[in-house]
Ligand binder design. Structure first.
Ligand SMILES: O=C(O)CCC(=O)C(=O)O
Ligand SMILES: [Fe+2]
Length: 307
């Protein structure tokens, strides 16, 4: 298996040379749908604290975990049990469990009806501040990357500031347990495209993440320790008229010598605000009519069996 041709790009380039950043990220995303970001500026302390909280959460016994599952949470908040999520069109379920954290909205906020409140595990008081700090840090990072992408698309650098303000972004704390045998046709995460605007992923240094290249070959994504893997989601693909493609990716099962090792990763799904109207830029496919971010999301959540 050859690795995808992706070279780390320092995020600091957005400040030091915005046009060079737009060219570098634009090229990586246009070619592969993915970029590896170095010098992302999120302190190790913030990442390690959230990772510690994640590991402690998934080490809880099954009874305590089950008590934290919110019925009808739409898969949007709190725990989603092992073996629920199924990639669109796939028969086999994914080998993962995860915890979703959304934006903390002030009481009475206009988006309250479609952005449910967070739930927190009772057993781990440090969990909430740890993951909210990471949520905030990833949001700052994502906004910076969106400046470069706006420039790449010929838009004003602050174009995305309004569409993502109070956006429905979700932080997913993911746990792929060690393989136990009997997985059947299941892999850790079946091939899928992300629904949202952009995804920022921490933890991809543990092998397994692959993208589908333009020739239809699966390629490993080599992420140096400490880097952030970013990819374009369907919402930005739609807005950009396909210039920034949303690319299929998956997480394959480990080689036998790593089968007993759990994998933890943390994607931050950066979303528009729910009432933002996604309109395809001129030149894009004509069968992509305007649609609000929330309508688009609900349609897609039903497809992956999270609703
Ligand atoms: O765990 C990973 O490396 C990727 C996860 C992913 O693609 C997702 O949750 O959408
Ligand atoms: Fe994904």
């Amino acid at each position: 298996m050859t690795a995808a041709d992706i070279h780390p790009i320092p995020l600091s380039l957005v400040d030091s040379d915005p046009l060079a950043a737009a060219a570098a990220f634009g090229d990586a995303f246009a070619r592969t749908g993915f970029a590896v970001v170095s010098e992302h500026g999120i302190p190790d302390r913030v990442i390690n604290r959230a990772l510690g909280a994640t590991k402690a959460l998934f080490a809880l016994d099954e009874g305590a975990k089950a008590a934290n599952i919110v019925p009808n949470g739409g898969g949007q908040r709190g725990m989603t049990a092992f073996g629920i999520e199924t990639a669109k069109g796939a028969a086999a379920r994914d080998l993962k469990e995860f915890w979703h954290v959304g934006r903390e909205l002030p009481a009475g906020h206009a988006h309250e009806d479609v952005m449910p409140g967070n739930v927190w595990p009772r057993e781990w008081p440090d969990f909430k501040p740890a993951v909210l700090d990471l949520y905030d840090a990833l949001e700052v990072t994502g906004l910076k990357l969106l400046k470069a992408l706006a420039l790449h698309l010929g838009l004003a650098p602050d174009f995305f500031d309004d569409p993502v303000r109070d956006g429905n972004s979700v932080l997913r704390l993911l746990h792929y347990p060690p393989l136990r045998g009997g997985e059947g046709g299941s892999i850790r995460a079946g091939a899928h495209e992300d629904i949202n605007v952009i995804t920022l992923l921490l933890g991809a240094e543990e092998a397994g993440l692959q993208l589908l290249d333009r020739q239809g070959q699966w390629r490993d994504i080599d992420a140096p320790p400490g880097s952030l893997v970013c990819n374009i989601g369907d919402m930005l693909q739609r807005l950009s008229g396909g210039r920034l493609p949303s690319t299929s990716h998956r997480v394959i099962n480990p080689a036998p010598e790593r089968a007993s090792v759990a994998r933890y990763s943390t994607p931050f799904f950066l979303h528009f605000r729910p009432d933002y109207l996604i309109e395809t830029m001129p030149g894009g496919p004509s069968d992509w009519p305007p649609i609000t971010a929330n309508e688009f999301l609900q349609e897609r959540l039903r497809e992956i069996k999270l609703l």
